[in-house]
Design a protein around this ligand. Structure first.
Ligand code: NAD
Length: 363
């Protein structure tokens, strides 16, 4: 029984509609548990930028630092304004080093596969995403070219891939701890260590070290990323927790979202040492803004991850069953979950949330 102080970032585009639907569903999931939410609602994104002069006003970070838990609607990355992505800034400022994306098939979701229940644990802070890049013809690029004679063409632009022992250790450890906490059996490290012997080699080396601490409790194996792509489209049901560096994680998360029915049902969590931010994988879908049209499932399932993080396991189980039942029945679902997208019986964002709430109350 607890009062959970949570920062609620409404986002922009379709964000506010999705956040409102999710907030109502989460509150209903706690009915009867004695626990409740105390939301601190804050604004970030392109709408607040007009008045605040920044898409990430300081009160947003202050609130998350205080509450340590946040639920976030999608936020548009403004193009050509000089503002970096708010989404990336939040992960960086709060050092949310682990991106956890469960991919599970729910009956009734249109997908070519069934029986998938795997989790991608992606490192969020280093790799080719570190932003260490040198332009073609720059002095730095020339310096690097000269350091590796005969290996890089003179007219090359260069991106650097830093993989550290510290970064690898904390993400792999996180994957094992996630496996233990969620009753999972196996962690698979995915990289390309046959080619990137030092960087990806280090990732595997750390993987083997960490795996020893969990021997007898969680299995460990390694796959090359190209082979894993084939495995995932042929036998996705064989995989459990997959841990990887930033770039491979980015690509495989989308691949796995596709396996289980697409962006509309792909939730996510960004987790740091003592702070967590929950958000859907998809973006702000601005063309559907204010139309009460898009699918709230991905954000609701992100809220479900938040309930688990907050140790509200009974509420999480009740919510998952309600979402799964509504999807399986296929009646009160948004247009993207209907066999034909123009199906006039599709319901709106708010009505799908209502149906999930009704299921929980009837349980
Ligand atoms: P998007 O995810 O917004 O949309 C891609 C496609 O998926 C569109 O056809 C859209 O209509 C559909 N879609 C997305 N969410 C849906 C939902 N809930 N229900 C039904 N259909 C849905 O990707 P985009 O168009 O490339 O990006 C739009 C903006 O969002 C960009 O500015 C991008 O930078 C930003 N973005 C933000 C986040 C985030 O907040 N974490 C993540 C990705 C993209």
């Amino acid at each position: 029984m607890a009062v959970h102080n949570v920062t609620l970032i409404r986002g922009d585009g379709t964000g506010p509609e999705l956040v409102e639907a999710t907030r109502r569903v989460l509150e209903a999931s706690l009915e009867g548990t004695g626990s409740s939410f105390n939301w601190d609602v804050v604004e970030a994104g392109v709408d607040i930028m007009e008045t605040a002069g920044t898409p990430l006003p300081p009160n947003v970070l202050e609130s998350i630092r205080k509450n340590k838990v946040a639920l976030k609607g999608p936020i548009t990355t403004p193009i050509g304004t000089g503002f970096r992505s708010v989404n990336v800034a939040l992960r960086k400022e709060l050092d949310l080093f682990a991106c956890v994306r469960p991919c599970k098939t729910y009956e009734g979701v249109r997908s070519r596969y069934e029986g998938i229940d795997l989790v991608i644990v992606r490192e969020n802070t280093e790799d080719l995403y570190a932003g260490v890049e040198f332009e073609i013809g720059s002095a730095e690029a020339k310096q690097i070219i000269d350091m590796a004679p005969g290996k890089i063409r003179q007219d090359a632009a260069i991106s650097i891939k830093p993989i550290s022992r510290t970064g690898s250790h904390r993400i792999i450890k996180h994957a094992f701890e996630y496996a233990i906490a969620n009753g999972r059996k196996k962690v698979t490290a995915v990289a390309k260590a046959n080619i990137m012997k030092y960087t990806d080699g280090l990732f595997y080396e750390v993987g083997r070290e960490v795996a020893k601490e969990y021997e007898g409790r969680v299995e460990y194996d390694e796959w090359l990323v190209d082979a894993m792509c084939m495995q995932l489209v042929q036998k996705p049901e064989n995989y459990d927790v997959l841990v990887m560096e930033n770039l491979y994680g980015d690509i495989l998360s989308d691949l796995c979202a596709g396996l289980v029915g697409g962006l509309g049902v792909a939730p996510g969590a960004n987790i740091g040492e003592d702070t967590a931010l929950f958000e859907a994988t998809h973006g702000s879908a601005p063309k559907y803004k204010n139309q009460n049209k898009v699918n709230p499932t991905a954000l609701i399932l992100s809220g479900l991850l938040m309930l688990q993080y907050l140790k509200e396991d009974a509420a999480a189980a009740k919510l998952e069953k309600a979402v799964s039942d509504v999807i399986a029945e296929g009646k009160d679902v948004t247009y993207d979950m209907k066999p034909v997208r123009t199906d006039p019986t599709a319901v709106g964002t708010a009505e799908m949330a209502d149906a999930i709430i009704a299921k929980m109350r009837a349980a």
